[in-house]
Design a protein around this ligand. Structure first.
Ligand SMILES: Cc1cc2nc3c(=O)[nH]c(=O)nc-3n(C[C@H](O)[C@H](O)[C@H](O)COP(=O)(O)OP(=O)(O)OC[C@H]3O[C@@H](n4cnc5c(N)ncnc54)[C@H](O)[C@@H]3O)c2cc1C
Ligand code: SF4
Ligand code: SF4
Length: 461
């Protein structure tokens, strides 16, 4: 609902607030609604014109970006009412750790310390759940590269390890959870965990079956074009790709030096460092989903446990990968503590200041930056978000937030145009200019940096 009026899916899509979760498509009564990639490579619901345009109170309470849906804070207070701590950035929690998996190959095979996959398999092993909802490679020569699936076998869950900076949606697995009895654990980024919790709120069957959610810390989501552009720059064609590893592990290098690897259908692999890519600076926001501009949940506040990368020394220099973990459920905390005592995983308790510092850039962008965007680029639907005071925001930081927004918006359009017009160089020239402008304003790099330093009188970003 918006101003007391129910919303339609089209209202959310047109407001640029659809994250493509798939909840509306899978909801009973929605009929034959699919989730399809739009021209920018982002998922959107694709139902009949009548379905898309029909406002409904049910949809208004189900969609994670609808102003009428319960907020993260409301949902968290009913999920974790007795949590020991309630932090404005981390959410409700029992304990905070840095750590990694010691046993097996979880750490080598994971993007970070391997705890996300380990937790999912541990829940299966101790029979807390029968099935895990997670993301795997499709391995098809065309179509999407990744999708959500459901696995009931530990090795299948392990084969889904690694972060995919690629859109996925939940409609298929939500339908299956409803149709196939069992106890489920769902792995997902914060907005997908919120979606699952909103579905649970309204659907008794799903509520009874989804026993745990394992969250991933989230900076933002990329469209499929991000991977397409990386592939092009690596001289790899879509039909030659049988798998993508966005973060090839090199234990001898700092964890933050990302390297992408394309596994090729005929055998072999092509690898390149992210810093050689036009879009290699994550913070510049190339191909970011527009909805992410209005998200305030970094740490999956509704998940039983949330894991991310410990981007803080000495961990960020350790190429083997180290997790930050926010534990919200007591059962998960007991599983982790027992495993740590048995030497199966390694955990060190940290305080909230340290945990926040591992995601300092994401929190700045999603509190201070969010306040700025809500003020300067308010979406058509009035959102209630948790924001920081920006009364003393420096002109340089304002410029950074503006640049990021323009890069994320225009990367979709320019890439789309250059593809349709068969003028690939248009995107390359535009992206190179945008990236160097961003590096100049943000890090004082190169000639744009000198100009930015002069304009902003030497103030640092
Ligand atoms: C889009 C995105 C943005 C992220 N942004 C940040 C960030 O800003 N800061 C940070 O610290 N961490 C971020 N992460 C999380 C980080 O990349 C690692 O996933 C996390 O540290 C867990 O590492 P791990 O080794 O424990 O997980 P792994 O053992 O590698 O397991 C990863 C699990 O995540 C699932 N998964 C992979 N991709 C997706 C996806 N797109 N959607 C849902 N589930 C998926 C896999 O199926 C697997 O179960 C992000 C992840 C994603 C997908
Ligand atoms: S965010 Fe999810 S529920 Fe909302 S319109 Fe998009 S797909 Fe549907
Ligand atoms: S930033 Fe928020 S909305 Fe965007 S993908 Fe991450 S959790 Fe979802």
């Amino acid at each position: 609902m918006h101003d007391g009026m129910p919303l339609s899916p089209r209202a959310v899509v047109d407001a640029g607030l659809c994250i493509g979760c798939g909840a509306c498509a899978a909801y009973p009564g929605s009929g034959e609604v699919d989730m399809e990639l739009d021209r920018y490579g982002l998922y959107k619901p694709a139902g009949s014109a009548a379905w898309l345009s029909t406002p409904s109170a049910e949809f208004s309470r189900l969609c994670p970006f609808s102003p009428a849906a319960s907020s993260e804070e409301e949902l968290a207070s009913s999920r974790f009412p007795q949590a020991l701590h309630d932090d404005p950035l981390l959410g409700r929690y029992e304990a905070l750790y840095v750590g990694h998996v010691e046993e097996g190959r979880y750490r080598q095979d994971g993007s970070s310390g391997g705890l996300a996959t380990w937790l999912a398999t541990e829940l299966l092993r101790v029979r807390e759940v029968d099935r895990v909802v997670h993301v795997v490679e499709t391995r098809e020569p065309e179509g999407t590269l990744f999708r959500y699936t459901i696995s009931d076998d530990e090795s299948d869950v392990r084969s889904g390890a690694k972060s995919r900076y690629y859109p996925v949606e939940l409609s298929g697995v939500l339908r299956r959870i409803r149709a196939e009895p069992g106890r489920y654990a769902v792995v997902g980024i914060p907005c997908m965990v919120k979606t699952v919790q909103l579905v649970c709120q309204r659907d008794e069957i799903v509520r009874e079956r989804v026993r745990y959610c394992i969250g991933l810390v989230c900076g933002h989501m990329k469209s499929t074009r991000f991977t397409e552009s990386f592939a092009r720059q690596s001289d790899v064609k879509r039909d030659a790709i049988c798998g993508v590893d966005y973060r090839v592990k090199r234990p001898e290098r700092p964890a933050s030096w990302y390297r992408v690897g394309f596994r090729l259908r005929g055998g072999g692999e092509r690898q390149r460092d992210w810093w050689h890519m036009l879009e290699g600076d994550w913070g510049a926001g190339f191909f970011q989903s527009p909805a992410c501009d209005f998200c305030d949940d970094v740490m999956a506040e509704l998940a039983d446990a949330c894991v991310g990368d410990a981007w803080q020394e000495p961990y960020s220099s350790d190429g083997r990968g180290t997790n930050i973990a926010v534990v919200r459920s007591r059962r998960i905390m007991k599983l982790l503590q027992d495993a740590a005592e048995a030497g199966r995983i390694s955990l060190t308790g940290v305080d909230s200041k340290f945990a926040v510092s591992t995601q300092a850039a994401a929190f700045r962008h999603r509190r201070e930056g969010l306040a700025y965007r809500l003020k300067k680029f308010p979406p058509p639907l009035a959102l209630k978000k948790r924001v920081a005071d920006i009364s003393s925001l420096s002109p340089r930081r304002r410029a950074i937030y503006r640049l990021r927004r323009h890069i994320s918006r225009w990367s979709h359009r320019v890439f789309c145009f250059s593809q349709l017009a068969h003028l690939g160089f248009v995107y390359v020239v535009w992206a190179r200019t945008a990236a160097s402008l961003y590096a100049g304003v943000t890090y004082s790099r190169g000639a744009p940096g000198k100009i930015a330093d002069r304009i902003f009188r030497g103030t640092r970003a």
